[in-house]
Design a protein around this ligand. Structure first.
Ligand code: PAF
Length: 254
């Protein structure tokens, strides 16, 4: 597996699938690598903790970093190459051009600037790696909506794939932030996937989910339209940890 640290050494190739990551990899990322491996001649992953998408400095400081382990996991999943640049490569002195998505839903409202950072770094990665396909997880559903809109509005020649959320046996969606949950907080957090799942068949899923969060205060519960799929999405705080999750209401993820 090749590891490129600079833009100068990065190699492009046809039939490439890109999996953008911020490291701290878990089985949700494995599912992205496997989806990419299944339909591309070459799989490249990026590994870059993007400061521009952290709306809270404390969140950036606390973000788990485990590069050696991440590289081993990528290699074991058959990733051919990794682009792991240092900060200056992507944000050199004088950097001043941003992609500002127009509609970022309740998640964007709760995290000012977050999707500007995501959209900007993703467009840069698409331009640098020139993949035919890119892979994103369903869990970050508003991110998927933003990237799909970016690709459509700016005519980016790439196909966006969405890979279903991977959950632990107890139902909690995998997230790099889960490592910060205490055992008690984790038990409380389970109310989020349970409330969403229990509300899928309701005539008013938003109200049903709000009513079954078991005391967890939702930041929002909303229906998110991805075009080919509608999702019931929510964010809650458990202690100092912010968790998001969603379930499919209708349509299909592709
Ligand atoms: O989902 C993530 O890990 C990040 O938002 C992404 C897509 C790698 C951009 O930094």
């Amino acid at each position: 597996m090749k590891v490129f640290r600079t833009i100068a050494e990065l190699e492009t190739a046809p039939d490439t699938g890109l999996v953008p990551t911020m490291g701290a990899l878990h089985d949700g990322h494995r599912a992205l690598f496997r989806a990419a491996r299944a339909e591309n001649g070459r799989v490249i992953a990026s590994l870059f903790v993007n400061p521009a998408q952290f709306d809270e400095p404390a969140d950036l400081d606390a973000y788990p970093r485990s590069e050696q382990r991440d590289l081993e996991l990528m290699e074991a999943e058959g990733v051919d190459a990794v682009f792991a640049p240092v900060l200056d490569e992507l944000y050199p002195a004088g950097f001043a051009t941003w992609v500002v998505p127009g509609d970022t839903g309740a998640e964007g409202g709760a995290r000012p600037g977050h999707f500007r950072g995501v959209a900007t770094v993703c467009l840069k990665l698409f331009n640098l790696v020139r993949p035919e396909r890119v892979y994103f997880g369903q869990k970050d559903a508003q991110q998927v909506a933003v990237i799909r809109r970016l690709v459509r509005d700016l005519n980016v020649p790439v196909v966006v794939r969405v890979v279903p959320t991977v959950r632990d046996a107890d139902g909690l969606a995998l997230s790099s932030r889960n490592v910060h949950l205490s055992a008690d907080e984790r038990a409380l957090a389970l109310a989020l996937p349970r409330a969403l799942q229990a509300s899928v068949a309701s005539s008013n899923p938003v109200a049903a989910a709000r009513g079954s969060l078991n005391g967890l205060e939702p930041e929002y519960v909303e229906i998110l339209d991805l075009g080919n799929a509608k999702l019931l999405a929510a964010a809650v705080r458990v202690g100092s940890i912010r968790l998001i999750d969603n379930v499919l209401l209708e349509g299909e993820l592709t």
